[in-house]
Structures are given as structure tokens and as C-alpha cells.
Write a protein that binds this ligand. Structure first.
Ligand SMILES: Cc1cc2nc3c(=O)[nH]c(=O)nc-3n(C[C@H](O)[C@H](O)[C@H](O)COP(=O)(O)OP(=O)(O)OC[C@H]3O[C@@H](n4cnc5c(N)ncnc54)[C@H](O)[C@@H]3O)c2cc1C
Length: 462
């Protein structure tokens, strides 16, 4: 089956040449349900050419923690097994992708390289560098394998909010929410010359911060991701409708670390959720809104906003109101280090930070509260933004993702939101506090589970 042509766009002007086809895997690390791989396989089959997969790993890839390296490498090892079962070798090349990828393409004399889509700056810079690298002159094609509706098709501009983006996505879903074909197999000879990756050696070559330890209780890789999706849809989808904002309820999918590493296609989750819709219509509807509309809105934002991780990217009303309240006295003021070590006065906030640090995840509702309090208790909005982004990316297994960028900017700066009644520090940015949390869920149970630490409560835990 042909991949929908609108999912594919050339990067650079070089036409395809004869020679092997290479899939340069970036954001989408899986063998099944991968439009970039399916397109690479179709090109290789049509030309009778070999197909190789490639992953480039800089020794100090950010955030370079033991936690992220563990998830990444174990996930890639599982992907390698699945690829080799289809006769496709995976090459792991160390180094900066901008240099290591063209060098590999030249070495194997690739005629075409297919890569996936990544709207964040490092991924885009690497793709641009490969497209223009003087050492290799084949064609580089980009396939959006992460979004149901390709980000460059969904909208040609930065959308103001979910309300403006949703109608565009819903209109295009019938065309793009299609079933995935199977990945074709290649003859065993296609593996010739490629020994399996030495994952221990790969790990040893990384420069990692060991203080952020791997997380127990979550298995990386596509198989574990599919099991987690099936368990969520079978057991928790009905509760997603009205209990997803309760961090004690366990009602959300917890799939974001696998989505972030591309172990699971959001489109697979959407197709399976649609199947489950008859059983749990309200749960499926709410899940699809987050999975497709909100997640793809975050990609739209990062694709079309070059300054996506700065306050300068915020809508004019938000910049104005934050500026007007920049000098407001703060009830508490903490440094990035105090936030990181959960040393605030608030037991609830400390519990959220501890969950993030220990488990590498934070419930979505708590994430909003967590980031909004960083705004309230930082010296400036700029400092708050820097702290929230860096802690999120350093500890969360799903960090360094467009959804994280958009989530932090939403919380701290009103991105994709509207002005609310004005109050100190926040101005018209939407406010959240512990009393609101207490109305929504059992705050004491949450603190007991994650540990609030020394806190005077001081109104924060009402
Ligand atoms: C301050 C802050 C930081 C965040 N950081 C990240 C991050 O680093 N990585 C990340 O993937 N998400 C981030 N989010 C978005 C959201 O909180 C998480 O995607 C969600 O909590 C993940 O849990 P889940 O898989 O159980 O989600 P579910 O509720 O089960 O949702 C299913 C999927 O939909 C997507 N999704 C859900 N909510 C959102 C949202 N608000 N915006 C965009 N996509 C969404 C995710 O892919 C998620 O896995 C952040 C939000 C905030 C407010």
C-alpha cells in the first residue's frame, strides 16, 4: 500500500538516486505502524534496493541522564529485534546526527534517506544539516509518522487555540485516520554486513548524569506500549470521561513516555480508541481530544513558532499582563534548586515535585498546578519558564517534547488559553491553587503517597 503522499515532503532539492534506501529514525522508534518506515520499505521494494535503518546518538544527548538513556537504549534494542525479524538491520552510529548521518549515508552509498518529522529545534537543525551536507548527495524525504494528520498539512499557520485548530483536524481525520498496512519483510541477505548492535558498548559510550536514575515499573519499547494501550482501553477508558483530572484515580492512559519515544503511534491509539468507543463513548471522546487535538496542537505550535520556548512567543495579551505584574511582590520566592529539591512551603507542591523526580512522570492535572506555582513563586516569569522547562525535561520520561513545551507555556504564559480575571503576579493568566485541587481530589491521599516533606501548609494545602 502506498503511503498517503501528503504525509511525505522532500527536504532539499536533490532527486532520489539509485542505491540503498535508509530510514533515519528520530522521533518515531518502532517497526510497526510507522509511516516513515513504510514509505522507506515501499521505495526499497519498488527499486529492488536494500533497506537499512539508522539511529544517530550523540554521546551527550540532552538531557543525558541515566534515566533517559535507559529508556531510549532498551527501547531501541526492542525496535532492533522487531526490525531484524523483518530482515531490516538497525545501525547505531555515535555522534551528532548532523555529521554522523551524512557520513553513514555516504558510506552505504544511499540513494534516498527517509526520516520522520520533528518540529523541535535540534531535530529540525539536524535534518537541515543532512539535507545540505556536502558529503552526501541523495534525496532526503521527511514523513510525519507522529501525527495522525501531518503537521504540515493540518494548518499552514500557528493556531490560536484548540478552538481554531479542532475544526481543521476534524475535517481532515476521515482522510488520514486510516488503518496501517503491515511492514513487508526483506530477504535475510538484507542483513548482510550489519552485526546486531552492541547495546552495552553503546551505553558505555554515553556521558550520563547518574543522579537521575532509571525508573522501575515502566518497560520501554513497542510491545510494552501496546500492552499498556490495551490495558488502558480495556479497564480505564470509561473512567477517563470524568476522573481524568483526579491524580489518585489512575484514570489516564500513562502512555506519554512511549508516545514521546515513538514506541507507539498516536494513530494506533486513536484507531483502537475508536474501536472501544461503543463501550465507553464519553471516555473515548475525551481521550481522542487530548491524544489528537491537544497533542497535535502542540506540534502545530512548535512547527510554526520559531521562538516556541520563550515568553516572546506568547500572545500579546499574555505578554502585556505578565509584564504589568512582573514587579508584584511574591508571597514566596524560590530558586531553581529549591524547586528541584522540593524545598517549598507547600506539601502539595513538594509531593508533585517528588513524584516527578522519583517516577519520571507527573499526572496532567498536577503538572498544571506544579508549573503555575513555579510562576507564582519565582522572581520573574522568565525564571519561572526556565525552571519549569528544565525540571520537566530533566526528570520526565516524556520530557523534551512539543507537548511539554506547550504545556509549560500554557501554564506559565496563557498559550492557547484566554485572559481571566486579573490577580497579583499572574495578571490575567489562569490561576490555580491548592484549594481548587482539594475540591477536585483527595489532596491528603496524594501527599501521603508521594511525600510532601517539611511544609507549613500556610494556606497552600487548604
Ligand atoms: C506543565 C506541563 C508540562 C507538560 N509536559 C509534558 C511533556 O513533557 N510531555 C508530554 O508528552 N506531555 C506533557 N504535558 C501534557 C500532558 O500533561 C501529558 O501529555 C499527559 O499528562 C501525559 O499523561 P497521559 O499519557 O496519562 O495522558 P492522557 O490523559 O492519557 O492523554 C493521552 C495522550 O494525549 C496527549 N495529551 C494529553 N494531554 C495533553 C496536553 N495537555 N497537551 C498535549 N498533549 C496532551 C499525550 O500524548 C497523552 O499521552 C505537559 C503539560 C503541562 C501542563
Amino acid at each position: 500500500m502506498q503511503v498517503h503522499p501528503a504525509r511525505i515532503r522532500p527536504l532539499g532539492f536533490t532527486p532520489p538516486k539509485p542505491g540503498p534506501v535508509v530510514l533515519w529514525m528520530g522521533r518515531d522508534q518502532r517497526a510497526d505502524d510507522n509511516w516513515a518506515l513504510l514509505h522507506a520499505a515501499a521505495l526499497a521494494k519498488a527499486a529492488g534496493a536494500p533497506l537499512f535503518a539508522l539511529f544517530a546518538l550523540p554521546p551527550d544527548f540532552p538531557p543525558a541522564t541515566a534515566r533517559h538513556a535507559d529508556f531510549l537504549l532498551r527501547g531501541l534494542a526492542a525496535v532492533e529485534t522487531a526490525l531484524r525479524d523483518h530482515g531490516i538491520p538497525l545501525a547505531l552510529v555515535p555522534g551528532d546526527p548532523a555529521v554522523a548521518v551524512p557520513a553513514f549515508l555516504r558510506r552505504v552509498r544511499a540513494g534516498v534517506c527517509v526520516t520522520d518529522f520533528d518540529p523541535l529545534r535540534p531535530g529540525r537543525a539536524a535534518r537541515e544539516a543532512v539535507a545540505t551536507a556536502p558529503v552526501w548527495d541523495g534525496a532526503l524525504l521527511e514523513v510525519d509518522a507522529h501525527n495522525v494528520v501531518p503537521a504540515f498539512v493540518a494548518s499552514a499557520k500557528r493556531e490560536y487555540a484548540a478552538a481554531t485548530f479542532r475544526p481543521k483536524i476534524l475535517k481532515l481525520l476521515p482522510e488520514f485516520l486510516e488503518p496501517f498496512p503491515d511492514l513487508p519483510a526483506f530477504a535475510a541477505g538484507n542483513l548482510a554486513g550489519f552485526a546486531p548492535v552492541d547495546w552495552e558498548a553503546a551505553r558505555a559510550g554515553l556521558v550520563l548524569d547518574p543522579s537521575v536514575a532509571p525508573v522501575a515499573g515502566i518497560t520501554p519499547g513497542p510491545e510494552a506500549a501496546r500492552e499498556a494501550l490495551a490495558a488502558f482501553l480495556a479497564d480505564r477508558l470509561p473512567a477517563y470521561a470524568d476522573r481524568r483530572n483526579d491524580p489518585n484515580a489512575g484514570a489516564t492512559s500513562t502512555l506519554s513516555p512511549w508516545f514521546h519515544h515513538g514506541h507507539l503511534a498516536p494513530q494506533r491509539a486513536a484507531l483502537d480508541a475508536l474501536e472501544a468507543k461503543k463501550r465507553a463513548p464519553a471516555g473515548a471522546e475525551a481521550f481522542l481530544e487530548e491524544l489528537v487535538v491537544r497533542r497535535e496542537l502542540a506540534d502545530n505550535y512548535c512547527l510554526h513558532e520559531p521562538a516556541y520556548d520563550t515568553l516572546a512567543a506568547l500572545p500579546a495579551w499574555a505578554q502585556k499582563t505578565l509584564g504589568a505584574h512582573a514587579a508584584d511582590p511574591r508571597p514566596y520566592r524560590y530558586t531553581a534548586r529549591e524547586f528541584e529539591t522540593a524545598a517549598t512551603h507547600s506539601a502539595l507542591w513538594n509531593a508533585a515535585e517528588r513524584q516527578l523526580v522519583r517516577q519520571g512522570r507527573l499526572h496532567g492535572y498536577m503538572r498544571m498546578y506544579w508549573a503555575k506555582k513555579i510562576l507564582e513563586w519565582s522572581a520573574t516569569p522568565e525564571a519561572a519558564l526556565a525552571t519549569a522547562l528544565s525540571l520537566n525535561d530533566r526528570y520526565a520520561l516524556d520530557g523534551s517534547d512539543p507537548s511539554g513545551v506547550a504545556g509549560v507555556l500554557w501554564s506559565v504564559g496563557g498559550l492557547h488559553d484566554r485572559p481571566w480575571a486579573s490577580r497579583p503576579v499572574f495578571g490575567q493568566i489562569r490561576y490555580m491553587n491548592a484549594r481548587g485541587c482539594r475540591r477536585k481530589f483527595d489532596v491528603d491521599a496524594y501527599i501521603a503517597r508521594h511525600g510532601g516533606g517539611a511544609a507549613d501548609h500556610n494556606g497552600e494545602v487548604a
